[in-house]
Design a protein around this ligand. Structure first.
Ligand code: ZN
Length: 236
């Protein structure tokens, strides 16, 4: 199993590791600073350096439970080789801000309008989230934007918790956000708690406080079905 540094420390942008396996399209490491695509958050990109060269990581994915650093050509990489890992930190940090903005958005829409999230996705600086709502007007979008921005500047801390599965499955916030859908072999559930605003099972990387998100703009509201409405946001 690869040690995944971002799971406990999202602010690391580099690390040292060792190559475990190499395939034509990817490299497996014993520990990694790269985030593997999942939960709506894209995988990290960056560089793997070794004595004598470097390869560009164009994506990071999870395949059969393994973290695969996708490379165009694994060049001189071979099992046992020590490497230096560097992620594109500007991109990752924007993703952290975007991801935390989405959780804050889901918290606000649930608290003030009672609507659950049905899906979401993000790229650096922009995201969409779908809600179980019958209607969503432009005015509604403006109102949510105002409330969300008022909350973000309050600086809610965003904490990473690891809960035993039994405890997680009796937590009302985690029930609402469907922690029960996490595969049964996962005995320790990772939770992102934006304390007092939103709490959900999540594998992604987040900023430490909503202050780091900055302000957000609701750029579009659209219908994706009778009880499914989409909101698109951007970081300012
Ligand atoms: Zn998330």
């Amino acid at each position: 199993m690869t040690e995944e540094i971002a799971s406990r420390d999202a602010y690391r942008s580099s690390a040292e590791g060792r190559v475990v396996a190499v395939s034509p399209d990817g490299v497996e490491l014993d520990r990694t600073v790269f985030y593997a695509r999942g939960g709506g958050q894209p995988g990290d990109v960056g560089t793997i350096r070794y004595s004598g060269g470097e390869v560009e990581v164009v994506d990071t994915i999870r395949r059969e439970g393994k973290v695969i650093h996708v490379v165009a050509d694994p060049l001189g990489l071979e099992p046992g080789l020590e490497v230096e890992e560097l992620i594109d930190w500007d991109r990752r940090y924007r993703l952290m801000r975007t991801h935390t903005a989405l959780h804050a958005l889901s918290g606000v829409v649930w608290r003030d309008f009672g609507a659950k999230v049905t899906g979401g996705n993000m790229e650096p600086g922009a995201a969409r989230m779908d809600f179980e709502l019958e209607s969503m007007s432009t005015e509604f979008g403006r109102e949510v934007e105002r409330i969300l921005n008022d909350e973000l500047v309050k600086g809610y801390p965003a904490e990473v918790l690891f809960l035993a599965r039994d405890a997680a499955l009796t937590d009302p916030d985690l029930i609402r956000t469907k922690a029960n859908l996490i595969p049964e072999y996962v005995t320790e559930i990772r939770v992102i708690d934006i304390v007092g605003l939103d709490r959900q099972a999540d594998g992604g990387t987040h900023v430490r406080t909503t202050l780091e998100v900055g302000q957000v703009r609701v750029v579009k509201t659209e219908s994706k079905g009778k009880a499914n409405k989409r909101m698109r946001i951007e970081l300012l």
